[in-house]
Design a protein around this ligand. Structure first.
Ligand code: BTN
Length: 250
């Protein structure tokens, strides 16, 4: 690897049309030196979302990309990689629009309560693929007509014209600077940003585990190590972030 180049995006694979950039990235991930390769598509014909959902986007309306990572073992943590990607996307949204995005557990980025970006993290051939979809140029009318009333785009919230190459460059820059922090063992600023954007502190919540079980209480604190909930009884429970599918404010 050329150390002078930024790690993330040191090679960019651009495709016109692909089923899913995550699937193509998983194939490319077999290459031994695949860390940092970014796959970006103009169009996806079988885009995937979380929980087996489909991710639908019209050609060139969204930034569709997947990043191949071969992280050190301590970074094989979906919660950390989600926070890394989400905070980098939030940086980008802010630089383009001046608007601060919020996070919705576990992987969504929202502006004005509407989803602007989603992240899909998958393991592939001993690597991790981080897929990002960021809505760029859809109009309010277009999204409403498509039944996507809960979605928004950079164009909707931006006063200025959105130029996709600039958005892509800003995102890569932020992904790289935040990746460097993680590689230096500096998780604190990303963790704090992730926690603030979730905005769950002190709220009564219901957390649902992947096995379907639920727990309610007041969210006391959250870190990559655990979500601390104070139950009605006063007992404190610490939940492992990766076991939680949903968190809902009550
Ligand atoms: C979600 O919100 O459910 C996650 C959506 C992730 C969509 C992106 S688009 C690029 C990459 N390729 C995919 O097939 N999915 C992710």
């Amino acid at each position: 690897m050329n150390e002078a180049l930024p790690a993330i995006g040191r090679r960019i694979v651009r495709v016109d049309s692909v089923g899913s950039t995550n699937t193509l990235a998983a194939d490319i991930a077999r290459e031994p030196d695949s860390h940092g390769i970014v796959v970006v598509a103009r169009e996806q014909t079988a885009g995937r979302g979380q929980y087996g959902r489909t991710w639908i986007s019209q050609p060139e309306e969204s930034l569709l990309l997947s990043i191949i990572l071969r992280p050190p073992p301590e970074l094989h943590r979906p919660v950390i990689l989600t926070a890394w990607a989400a905070t980098a996307i939030a940086d980008t949204v802010f630089e383009v629009t001046g608007v601060q995005a919020r996070m919705k557990w576990p992987n969504d980025l929202l502006v004005d309560g509407r989803k602007i970006s989603g992240i899909l993290i998958e393991s592939a051939n001993e690597t991790i693929v981080v897929g990002i979809g960021l809505n760029l140029s859809q109009s309010r009318e277009f999204l409403d007509r498509a039944g996507l009333t809960e979605a928004t785009s950079l164009a909707i919230i931006s006063y200025y014209r959105v130029t996709p190459p600039r958005v892509f460059d800003l995102l890569l820059r932020s992904l790289n600077s935040r990746w460097e922090r993680l590689m230096m063992g500096n998780y604190a600023s990303i963790e704090a940003d992730w926690k603030n954007r979730m905005g769950l502190q002190s709220h009564p919540i219901l957390a649902e585990h992947y096995d379907g079980s639920t727990i309610t209480g007041r969210l006391h604190d959250m870190s990559f190590e655990g979500i601390e909930i104070i139950r009605d009884t006063g007992a404190v429970e610490v939940l492992t972030p990766e076991t939680i599918r949903h968190i809902r404010v009550l």
